[in-house]
Design a protein around this ligand. Structure first.
Ligand SMILES: Cc1cc2nc3c(=O)[nH]c(=O)nc-3n(C[C@H](O)[C@H](O)[C@H](O)COP(=O)(O)OP(=O)(O)OC[C@H]3O[C@@H](n4cnc5c(N)ncnc54)[C@H](O)[C@@H]3O)c2cc1C
Ligand code: FES
Length: 501
């Protein structure tokens, strides 16, 4: 078996160390050394750039967390435990045994269906539902698992739709998370259907079929807002939520002369930049003066706007869309009191609403979300949980409905724990990323703040912004200071929430 040897003194403490000639990271605590796989199971990025604190290793890219002693994955995204390799330390020398067929990570062990007669129904095949299904099987749950969602596609990586998929670099098959074979190996039944009604112990599908459950997870995600405006049904007006929509949009972009995206949120900003990079003539039409202002603040929003303008994206700010012109196909967006914006391809990026509108029997909030308890159960509905984009759930930063991938996966894992048991591990600190001109990463949750403390300038190079309320850091944003944000994450996890500014 191949070995590597090196001096213990060459391994620094407190940071992952990757020897130049070996695909492994070494984590040293005094005289003890752990050797783990060097690539993150999420997108395969290098964990040598990770941060370690209190026995946890965090990937700085999208904040997957691992037990630094065992390699066990403790927090999403991605799904796999880091391989752990045998290490001996003697006379100040460290020897690591690396099998020839070593892999950096592997899916956690799982079982399948057994004699347990309990039935878990998952309404959805997205981020929250997939995480829940996998975790259930990994924690030994042997009951029935039915994953019901429209279509037959297995769960896929939706975050790629506005990035590699829209860029034409990845197709539907590249986005699949657990394929049909993987679902079958775990006895997870992928059923084509749409949940239309929830009653005690059973769901009814839109086609009238019923499925009994002992536990039900409702995770239907969001649906893009389509305003009821004149001309909305003209050809050439697209939304971007599913793989089918991304493929249609990507194809249309190839032939479009002028593209306009309506909305200055994350999907609008990512979509605009991806299409501009493809050579499209791109305009963003938005109600606000500065994109992402409400979530990230004016200064960061302005910096992002400038980066988009540098890439050739034009903005029509402070605009109210009145309707769409065109003869069969869209030719322009009509604005209240402003000149029309010519476009033969329009993307509605005006936000999403919870896809709960057509599901009877759920206690809906005004925005279509469902208020849930700490374990994501719905008060008053026995055995029913809501997770992901639809859940108005407690977080260490106050209750919130958060529409982001890692949070949905945390929810799925939490529901699985509630059903099948298992350890809670690190506190669920919300996190999201967005791929714009730079990779922006955001930690925590702040709906408002007293001040934003900047370390570095967002207009000019790497920076870390901290959103402070009542002297506490409620959230932080970075571009280019990933290790600092990851370290803050582990501080927040240790504090189970905000930390002093
Ligand atoms: C283009 C795009 C880019 C994104 N980029 C990022 C990013 O960079 N970073 C980030 O953090 N987040 C990103 N997100 C957000 C992230 O994808 C969502 O927050 C996450 O997918 C929510 O997970 P979910 O399980 O709630 O819903 P989803 O993943 O949307 O899954 C919902 C599932 O429910 C099914 N369904 C719908 N209605 C029903 C019904 N009635 N019955 C049964 N099934 C139903 C759907 O078909 C789907 O399978 C992006 C989203 C989009 C659309
Ligand atoms: S590559 Fe590690 S979390 Fe995404």
């Amino acid at each position: 078996m191949p070995q590597i040897t090196l001096a213990l003194s060459d391994i620094p403490e407190g940071v992952p160390h990757k020897p130049e000639d070996a695909d492994v990271i070494l984590i040293r605590a005094g005289d003890s050394v752990t050797a783990l796989g060097h690539l993150c199971p999420h997108y395969g990025l290098p964990l040598a750039k990770g941060v370690i604190r209190d026995g946890a290793l965090i990937c700085p890219f999208h904040h997957a967390c691992f037990d630094a002693r065992t390699g066990r994955q403790a927090q999403p995204p991605g799904h796999g435990d880091l391989s752990r390799f045998a290490v001996t330390v003697a006379d100040g020398r460290v020897t690591v045994e690396l099998p020839a067929d070593a892999v950096p990570h592997a899916p956690p062990a799982h079982g399948g269906q057994g004699l347990d007669t309990r039935r878990v129904v998952l309404a959805g095949a997205g981020a929250a539902a997939e995480e829940c299904a996998l975790r259930l099987r990994e924690s030994g749950f042997e009951g029935v698992i039915e994953m019901i969602a429209p279509g037959t596609l297995p769960p896929y990586d939706r975050t790629m739709l506005s990035k590699a998929a829209l860029a034409g670099k990845k197709g539907a098959a590249d986005l699949v998370l657990t394929d049909a074979e993987g679902l079958a190996a775990r006895d997870i039944a992928r059923i084509d259907g749409r949940i239309a009604k929830v009653e005690p112990g059973r769901v009814t599908l839109a086609d009238g079929g019923t499925h009994a459950f002992d536990r039900l997870l409702v995770a239907p995600g969001g649906e893009p807002i389509r305003p009821d405006l004149p001309g909305i049904d003209l050809a050439g007006i697209h939304t971007l939520r599913s793989v089918e929509e991304a493929e249609a949009l990507s194809e249309a972009a190839g032939a479009a002369k002028r593209v306009a995206l309506i909305g200055g949120g994350f999907i609008g900003m990512e979509g605009a930049l991806t299409l501009a990079k493809r050579g499209c003539d791109v305009t963003v039409v938005m109600r606000e003066d500065v994109p992402l202002e409400r979530v990230l603040g004016t200064r960061v929003g302005r910096a992002i706007m400038a980066e988009h303008e540098d890439a050739g994206v034009r903005f029509v700010a402070g605009a109210e869309v009145e309707g769409f012109d065109g003869d069969g196909a869209v030719s322009a967006i009509r604005l209240k009191g402003g000149a029309p914006v010519e476009a033969d391809l329009v993307v509605l990026a005006m936000g999403v609403k919870p896809a709960t509108g057509a599901i009877e029997g759920l206690p809906l909030e005004k925005d279509g979300g469902v208020r849930v308890a700490e374990d994501l159960s719905v008060p008053g509905l026995d055995g029913v949980f809501v997770a992901g984009d639809c859940a108005h759930a407690p977080t260490p930063f106050g209750a919130a409905r958060i529409e982001h991938w890692r949070v949905a996966r945390q929810h799925g894992a939490r529901v699985a724990r509630g059903i099948a048991g298992g350890t809670a591990g690190l506190a669920d600190i919300p996190f999201f990323w967005t791929a714009l001109a730079r990779q922006y990463r955001y930690l925590g949750h702040a709906e408002d703040w007293d001040e934003i403390l900047f370390d570095g300038a967002p207009e000019d190079g790497p920076f870390l912004a901290r959103y402070v309320k009542d002297g506490q850091v409620m959230a932080a944003l970075t571009a280019g200071r990933d290790a600092d944000l990851a370290a803050l994450h582990l501080r927040m996890a240790a504090a189970s929430g905000p930390v002093p500014a």
